[in-house]
Design a protein around this ligand. Structure first.
Ligand code: ATP
Length: 442
């Protein structure tokens, strides 16, 4: 008998089968570690991003948003230290010819091991580590010379630092304040894998919080707590999360101290989000390189202050994986297996599915009418194919929190059955009250 698929295998298969995530360039056989987000996946990703944007940016008086360019002047990356210091330790194996990241050997497979179990490197003869720069180089314009070389951004943060004065002056910000940004980032990772966990192209949700130097440590503690609680708010299981302080030798070149919010992935605890105390490193470097005064003047004391920075940086695409893994459940219902994604109603790609019990007696028309009514408020889906139980199961599998069924009684009294995904309880709700019923519960 074939072994039971692992949780990751089940999730990858569900994501493909139900239109969440496809292999990129699939009809050409795929392209290493790149993924496309299908109709449900893009919705899930957007809803996570919207929740972050609402809670970290627009929902706060002290934070504003930004959308800076992926391509920046190459000097930005010289100054930020990324050209010299954004390196991972690369080791080669003389026996298997594999290339690995020295500090992630436990996550990479030795090509000579038939078991394909990451971390088995017993026969490997590894070279001394050398520095491998992770930035993607690219040419700007039609001339291929070194003057036209720049990089795809490996983090969105530098676009925030280079716009510090623009935002400060146009928005008349006062310390402490933050600038948030969501966007693509690119890192030429030595080891990719575990589905969308570590890819070379990914999306980040980052916020630089500028404060007085003496507030730095306090703000770091504050943001670690805020970000931890944010995951709980959207239903991530508390026992699957923990906070971990970086050891001094782990710190990025710009960080004084750093906390990771870790999640217990199927392969063990690993990083979901990093909250780094970057001090005044970036602003000071850019000020030195450009001669600009990247500082804030206290209006009361007239003192010029170069702010310190605390940065919560979360992977949006890694968030998608965590929300999916955390939501995935299998259970027995009436002697049958039920697969259910217990996604938070604010995160689930579809909020409400509407079914006519049968395809006649005007039920489809009423179901369509309900969809038209609800669509301006939340994402809905219409399904009339197959037995009602199977339609429920299909929605369970993609995490839809509510299903509404139009039946004979609906035609008499304009009430419908609303079934809740997790409890599977059904209640009758007047059509006129459906929107408020759902909105109150999401
Ligand atoms: P690692 O050491 O795991 O490679 P990192 O510590 O360099 O990652 P950060 O620079 O702190 O990562 O990045 C912030 C967040 O961005 C991470 O917590 C993660 O969620 C996300 N992230 C970083 N690299 C990748 C990647 N290659 N693919 C997907 N998400 C990533």
């Amino acid at each position: 008998m074939a072994p039971e698929p692992t949780l990751m295998e089940k999730l990858v298969s569900l994501c493909k089968r139900r239109g969440f995530i496809f292999q990129a360039s699939e009809i050409y056989g795929g392209f290493e570690s790149t993924w496309d987000y299908g109709p449900l996946g893009v919705e899930l990703k957007r809803r996570i991003a919207d929740a972050w944007w609402r809670d970290v940016v627009t929902g706060r008086e002290d934070v504003v948003g930004l959308d800076s360019a992926i391509l920046q002047a190459p000097q930005v990356w010289e100054t930020s230290g990324h050209v010299a210091g954004f390196n991972d330790p690369l080791v080669d194996c003389k026996t298997c010819k594999g290339r690995f990241r020295q500090d992630k050997l436990d996550q990479s497979e030795c090509p000579r091991k038939p078991s394909k179990h990451p971390g088995e490197h017993t026969d490997c003869e590894l070279t001394e580590p050398r520095k491998f720069n992770m930035m993607f180089k690219t040419q700007v314009g039609p001339v291929e010379d070194s003057a036209a070389t720049t990089y795809l951004r490996p983090e969105t943060a530098q676009g925030i630092f280079t716009n510090f004065l623009n935002v400060l002056n146009t928005m008349r910000m006062k310390l402490p304040f933050g600038i948030g940004q969501i966007g693509k980032a690119f890192r030429n990772e030595i080891v990719t894998g575990n589905f969308i966990f570590r890819t070379r192209e990914f999306e980040l949700m980052e916020m630089e919080y500028f404060c007085r130097p003496e507030q730095g440590e306090e703000m770091l503690a504050y943001w670690v707590q805020e970000r931890h609680d944010w995951y709980l708010k959207y239903g991530i299981k508390p026992e699957k999360m923990r906070r971990r302080a970086h050891e001094p030798d782990e710190l990025a070149h710009y960080a004084k101290s750093c906390f990771d919010i870790e999640y217990e992935f199927p392969w063990g605890w690993d990083e979901l989000e990093g909250i780094a105390y970057r001090t005044d490193y970036d602003l000071t470097k850019h000020a030195q390189a450009t001669g600009k005064k990247l500082a804030w003047q206290d209006p009361d004391t007239k003192e010029w202050i170069t702010p310190h920075v605390v940065e919560p940086a979360a992977g949006l695409t890694r968030n998608v994986l965590v929300f999916l893994l955390d939501a995935y459940a299998e259970e027995e219902v009436g002697g049958e297996k039920r697969v259910v994604l217990r996604l938070h109603p604010r995160i689930a790609p579809i909020t409400l599915a509407v079914f006519p019990l049968v395809k006649k007696e005007g039920m489809p028309d009423v179901a369509r009418e309900i969809i038209r009514l609800c669509l301006p408020h939340f994402p809905c889906f219409y399904d009339q194919a197959g037995a009602i139980g199977r339609r429920y199961r299909r929605q369970d599998e993609i995490g839809t929190p509510f299903c509404a069924t139009v039946d004979g009684q609906t035609l008499e009294d304009r009430t419908i059955t609303v079934r809740e995904r997790d409890s599977m309880e059904q209640v009758r709700v007047p059509i006129d009250e459906l929107i408020s019923y759902i909105v109150e519960r999401t």
